[in-house]
Design a protein around this ligand. Structure first.
Ligand code: G16
Length: 542
């Protein structure tokens, strides 16, 4: 029997860069999660007989929302729900399951790399039938619906046992609890040269993988230790915990410091890697060398042909605007298109669907390909392992050879977190107002060649996205980008992206902070970060 519950709209249910992210306490308000999910169901394209995929990263409040989402799906006419065992599905695994089983979409419960627990963060995102994040037209429609919603619907029934694989029924709807890992692990086995990696592992190729007590633990245990034969203990922090052990499941040099220190020590394995809360991000560190996400994208693209799935070549490479231009140089050398999109994986969907790009990546530690429609942390790790196994080279060798061929893009992102929103908006407005006067001005040795606010017209569907970040381009090819994050849950986060290009005959083996010092000073002079925010140093440098 369908129960209809009267409700009233909540302010601020606008999906950000990647779904609706708020504090758990916000989600715990009566009707809060229900209003959002009902709004998704009210606007989503879902023909009669549709299947819905549900899964999450295992964080606190996951199970509560999954149970409610299943009851609501039954009342809203879905024929079938596929849910990961224990409520667990990594974001890329959910994308794969949506595609493999022809679902009309999926709900992924995650706040990604944000911390978890009763006082921390939670999130809900909706992915469409191609397996990718809902595009802006859909998220706008969901948001519009949240502002007028007056009821949500559910079917009450026996709670589904999320821990037991099998099929049950709620009303007319079938609920299948599926193995969270198997489909995804099979897909990885199709893409990569598992025999070559297995052979290299047997001969001493080693990896330390930090799952950060988040969702990739079970996936990494299965793929790295069981299917590829890396030693037991290869996977660190491999049990998903509701609060990620009290840490931020954010694979960067701050939150994965233990891994970084290991990789800089004499005992380092060949590859150090980590993934985030929901398994879509990756961190790559070689013995004695950190590979920036922008460089990793470029190096993976340059060597992708070594993996069976990409042996026939790439159709194109796409990167988000703030990501360094290292990948563009690879695309040029391969004679394929390089696409520059706004921040947000959702912008890659049309390019991948249209066959215009095969590999995509972002500075925010995301890399992936057309095998799913999300970025994929373990995919990147496996492609690196495939390359190491087939070439027999070290990460350091691959990086040095890459820079010697394409030049090196020194790169860093400076984050100023939890700034008062009004102050952050004033800073950005000031920057925008200063744009027309910037070209020709000099900051130390740097002269501004052009400055603009990035806007994008999707080459496939023609949709337009404005105000995607302020770009300041210098005559020497260096660049600073300023934008406000769309994923924070507290105040505003200012991101300042700094990039300096050195040609193959230039200085390729310097320390990044020294190479970026002039750009850091210019960023302060141009944006007045200290004056606007009172901050004299970033909270996080990645
Ligand atoms: C999300 C998006 C990414 C984006 C990142 C950072 O990643 O999926 O496309 O690059 O946020 O976005 P922002 O700079 O707006 O904070 P995730 O891993 O958090 O889902």
């Amino acid at each position: 029997m369908i129960t209809t519950v009267a409700t009233t709209p909540f302010d601020g249910q606008k999906p950000g860069t990647s779904g609706l992210r708020k504090k758990v306490r916000v989600f715990q308000q009566p009707d809060y999660a229900e209003n959002f999910i009902q709004s998704v169901f009210d606007v989503a394209e879902r023909p009669a007989g549709s299947t819905l995929v549900i899964g999450g990263d295992g964080r606190f409040y996951n199970r509560t929302v999954i149970e409610r989402a299943i009851q609501m799906a039954a009342a809203n006419g879905y024929a079938r729900v596929l849910v990961g065992q224990g409520g667990i599905l990594s974001t890329p695994a959910a994308s794969h399951v949506i595609r493999k089983y022809g679902a009309s979409g999926g709900l992924i419960l995650s706040a990604s790399h944000n911390p978890g627990g009763p006082d921390e963060d939670f999130g809900i995102k909706y992915n469409i039938a191609n397996g990718g994040p809902a595009p802006e037209a859909v998220t706008e429609a969901i948001y519009a619906r949240t502002r007028t919603i007056d009821r949500w619907m559910m079917v009450e029934g026996e709670a589904v046992d999320l821990d037991r694989i099998g099929t049950s029924q709620i009303g007319a709807m079938v609920v299948e609890v599926i193995d969270s890992v198997a489909d995804y692990a099979d897909l990885m086995e199709e893409l990569f040269d598992f025999p070559a990696i297995r052979a290299a592992a047997a001969q001493g190729l080693s990896i330390a993988f930090d799952a950060m007590h988040a969702v990739t633990g079970p996936y990494a245990h299965e793929i790295l230790e069981r299917r590829l034969g890396f030693a037991a203990g290869t996977v660190h922090n491999g049990t998903p915990l509701e609060d990620f052990g009290g840490h931020h499941p954010d694979p960067n040099l701050v939150h994965a410091k233990v891994l970084y220190d290991l990789m800089m020590s004499p005992d380092a394995p060949a590859l150090g890697a980590a993934s985030d809360g929901d398994g879509d991000r990756n961190l790559i560190i070689g013995k004695g060398v950190f590979i920036t996400p922008s460089d990793s994208l470029a190096m993976l693209a340059a060597n992708a042909h070594l993996a069976p799935a990409y042996a026939g070549g790439l159709k194109g490479i796409a990167r988000s605007m703030p990501t360094s231009t290292a990948a563009d140089k690879v695309a040029a050398a391969l004679g394929i298109p390089a696409w520059e999109t706004p921040t947000g994986w959702k912008f890659f969907g049309t390019l991948l669907d249209a066959g215009k790009a095969t590999i995509c990546g972002e500075e925010s530690a995301g890399t992936g390909s057309d095998h799913v429609r999300e970025k994929d942390g373990l995919w990147a790790v496996l492609l690196w392992l495939n390359i190491l196994a087939v070439t027999g080279k070290s990460v350091m060798q691959i990086a040095k050879e890459h820079w010697a061929r394409f030049g090196r893009n020194y790169y860093a992102r400076h984050d100023y977190e939890a700034i008062e929103t009004a102050k952050a908006n004033t800073l950005m407005a000031g920057l925008e107002a200063s744009l027309p006067a910037l070209p020709g001005q000099s900051f130390g040795p740097l002269t501004v060649a052009a400055a603009d606010q990035f806007a994008y017209v999707d080459p496939v569907d023609g949709s337009e996205s404005r105000n995607q970040g302020v770009r300041v381009m210098f005559a020497c090819g260096s660049r600073i980008v300023f934008r406000l994050s769309g994923t924070g849950t507290e105040g505003a986060t200012l991101r300042v992206y700094l990039e300096r290009y050195e040609r193959p005959e230039g200085r390729l083996a310097e320390e990044t902070p020294a190479m970026l010092a002039d750009l850091i000073a210019a960023a302060e002079a141009i944006a007045g970060i200290a004056a606007h925010t009172g901050r004299t140093a970033p909270d996080v440098v990645t």
